[in-house]
Design a protein around this ligand. Structure first.
Ligand code: HEM
Length: 352
């Protein structure tokens, strides 16, 4: 995984290296650049050899998001999404195309596996191989058929959506905050250079990046990619002395919990990575107030992946470039399913 991730980041570094003049700076919106890296990383690690088709899926999902985005900010009309409006038709067309690509990739891999090919070292290969093994095991008289192709398609879609945009906003906000707080940018770069020099990051070194980890946690606290969580009661429940009926929807406002002075102290709204110096449990006044990846049985299964990817990308960027805010940058965090910089992340990049 680490080589695949550093390969994705390496392409960005080489691109910026060519674009930035030796003397002077390059002004750039880094948000789409970073989105490109995280898409590349998921495509490589999840779909390995089917990388090109993987990239096409991202284009389609992005197109779909832009189509459905306006409806998040308008009145909800039950059943509207089933009407044959031009937008709904286009969305359905995109969904069918995504499914067609995924089904093609899955069937091709399944065929190769049945013919005895070794599974590839990527998520799709691991998923299909374990599914095939499970399908071959006999459970009493009936055979357990494992997951259907439809189930595998749905799992792949979850990985695409859950794994990409979240990590790209984490990295983008981190660059913005390190541009706003140059003293932290210097501290983080010093640590990266101490641990890796100018070498490609490796797993052993990543676990020694304490300041980088503190900074990433503080960015996740102030700009949690998912601003809230939703839960639906499947039976009557009592919470805080109040009884709620089955079917009640609960909204857990992560963003508000992360900036509550009662939990984080008077400086709750300030960027202070040092609050994580002794780990997550000592950073807040109450346990469980840090929830960027949720908690409990449905906790994010990709959190280690996301943090490894963010550490690799950040280390490789800081090894080669310094950056500051461009005068054209407008600070406007915007919650569009994911908390993102509404007008982009315009930075001035210099070679070191
Ligand atoms: C900074 C990066 C990330 C953040 C902040 C994040 C956050 C979250 C949160 C809050 C949830 C719980 C959602 C809920 O219960 O309603 C979740 C679930 C999930 N995440 Fe992540 N995530 C990140 C990266 C990733 C990555 C890289 C992957 C995959 C490679 C991933 C895969 C998933 C999956 C599959 C679930 C659903 C788990 C389940 O329902 O059992 N996430 N994530």
């Amino acid at each position: 995984m680490v080589p695949a991730l550093s390969r994705s980041c390496g392409e960005l570094i080489r691109r910026w290296d060519k674009m930035i003049p030796d003397e002077g700076y390059l002004e750039l919106d880094v948000f789409p650049e970073i989105q490109n890296v995280t898409q590349d990383a998921i495509s490589r690690t999840a779909f390995g050899s089917s990388y090109e088709e993987g990239r096409r899926i991202f284009q389609l999902l992005t197109e779909k998001l832009h189509l459905v985005m306006p409806s998040f900010h308008s009145v909800y009309i039950p059943g509207y999404r089933f009407l044959p409006t031009p937008m709904n038709k286009k969305v359905r067309q995109i969904e069918k195309e995504v499914e067609r690509i995924l089904r093609g990739m899955i069937e091709e891999r399944e065929k190769a596996l049945r013919m005895g090919a070794l599974s590839k070292d990527d998520l799709l290969g691991i998923l299909l191989e374990s599914n095939m093994k499970e399908g071959e095991e006999e459970h009493g008289k009936s055979k357990n058929r494992g997951m259907s192709t439809e189930d595998v398609i749905e799992e792949c879609k979850v990985f695409y959506t859950a794994g990409q945009e979240t990590t790209s906003v984490l990295l983008t906000w981190t660059m913005i905050l390190l541009a706003m707080y140059p003293n932290w940018q210097t501290k983080v770069r010093e640590e990266v250079l101490r641990v890796f020099g100018k070498n490609t990051p490796d797993m052993d070194g990543l676990s020694r990046l304490n300041i980088v980890t503190m900074v990433l946690y503080e960015v996740l606290r102030l700009y949690p990619p998912g601003a809230f969580l939703l839960r639906k009661a499947c039976k009557t429940v009592e919470v805080g002395g109040i009884t709620y009926p089955s079917g009640m929807i609960f909204l857990l406002p992560i963003l508000l919990i992360h900036s509550d002075q009662e939990f984080w102290g008077e400086d709750a709204k300030e960027f202070k990575p040092e609050r994580f110096a002794e780990g997550i449990s000592k950073a807040s006044k109450v346990a469980g107030a840090f929830l960027p990846f949720s908690a409990g049985p449905r906790v994010c299964i990709g959190q280690s992946f996301a943090l490894i990817e963010a550490k690799i990308a950040l280390s490789m960027i800081l090894q080669r470039f310094s950056f500051e805010l461009s005068p054209s940058y407008i600070h406007a965090p915007f919650n569009l399913l994911i908390v993102q910089p509404q007008h982009g992340a315009q930075l001035k990049l210099n070679k070191l």
